[in-house]
Design a protein around this ligand. Structure first.
Ligand code: CA
Length: 230
């Protein structure tokens, strides 16, 4: 799957340059000039990575990074902060706000692309592109759609990945740590209970079609995706 990169930058010339480089590197580029349009883009397209300018009008990049980290839908989307400020204190502040990496303007496009690739590699375990169908569910990675008995289901990006992992690894128990490694990636420092939050969301999404029983809790061990009723 081609990674979608959201560029949040209010200066048109820099946004243009970033988008050009992102597309050249083989990614999809999405753009937003402020926090409000960034959220619209996130809701609509679920980007795989966010390039976030520190100095934005109204809501600053730091505040937006904190909001992104606090929201279950975006808490695990990698963020690279862009800034004209270069001192160490700012860097620490940027990383503390939830950014995964930090790059100072003016940046070399080559360095920025190397950072993007490194952050994406770290965060996105590769999932297959094939359509998978099981237990009344059908998931298509290319169109990013899930249907239950032919009816479309809305899933957040993490729930989608979690379901895709489960549907391709059925009838096996996975611990929370294993799921974090397989779905979130090994370098991500998220708490184990994050898994429970997304499992709950996934079950809630499947409940309408009465398919939530497919995601089973195995007490003391973790979770299993199974078509065999518990
Ligand atoms: Ca700016």
């Amino acid at each position: 799957m081609t990674a979608k990169i959201l560029i949040v930058e209010d200066e048109p010339a820099i946004a243009e340059l970033l988008a050009f480089n992102v597309v050249q590197a083989g990614f999809y580029a999405l753009r937003a000039e402020n926090a409000e349009t960034a959220w619209q883009q996130i809701r609509q397209y679920a980007p795989d990575l966010i390039l976030l300018d520190w100095m934005l009008p109204e809501t600053s990049g730091i505040v937006l990074a904190k909001q992104l980290r606090a929201d279950a839908r975006t808490c695990d989307v990698p963020i690279i902060m862009l800034t004209a400020r270069g001192d160490e204190r700012d860097k620490v502040l940027g990383l503390e706000s939830g950014a995964d990496d930090y790059i100072t303007k003016p940046f070399s496009p080559r360095e920025l692309m190397a950072r993007i690739r490194a952050v994406l590699r770290r965060h996105i375990p590769v999932m297959p592109d094939e359509v998978v169908a099981i237990g009344g569910l059908e998931l298509s990675p290319i169109s990013h759609r899930v249907t239950a008995h032919g009816m479309s289901i809305e899933l957040g990006p993490t729930e989608f990945r979690l379901l895709q992992f489960f549907m391709t690894h059925t009838e096996r128990v996975y611990s929370r740590t294993q799921l974090l490694d397989q779905v979130w990636g090994t370098q991500v420092f998220v708490e184990e209970r994050t898994v429970d939050v997304h499992i709950r969301r996934l079950r809630a999404a499947l409940e309408h079609s009465k398919l939530d029983h497919l995601v089973q809790t195995v007490r003391g061990s973790g979770y299993r995706f199974s078509c065999i009723t518990q």
